[in-house]
Design a protein around this ligand. Structure first.
Ligand SMILES: [Zn+2]
Length: 74
């Protein structure tokens, strides 16, 4: 099976290259290095941030409700 090294685009052969689809150990390591660095970093889920906003919003509502009796007492 013929393929191209994803790093340097050198034609590779699955029967000849032990590091297939990479042309060699160096390119395979380079790809692994890419995964370890920011190149392929998966962004953190943002739903946690949304949850925080919701909690802050509900907390604000509670404070407003607590303020109301004081205003009525005047
Ligand atoms: Zn290569």
């Amino acid at each position: 099976m013929l393929h191209k090294c994803p790093i340097c685009k050198t034609p590779t052969d699955s029967t000849e290259h032990g590091d297939f689809p990479f042309c060699g150990e160096r390119c395979r390591d380079r790809d692994l290095g890419n995964w370890a660095t920011e190149k392929y970093v998966v962004s953190e889920p943002i739903f946690n941030e949304d949850d925080g906003d919701e909690i802050a919003a509900s907390r604000e509502t509670i404070i407003l409700e607590l303020d109301e009796p004081n205003a009525a007492g005047h």
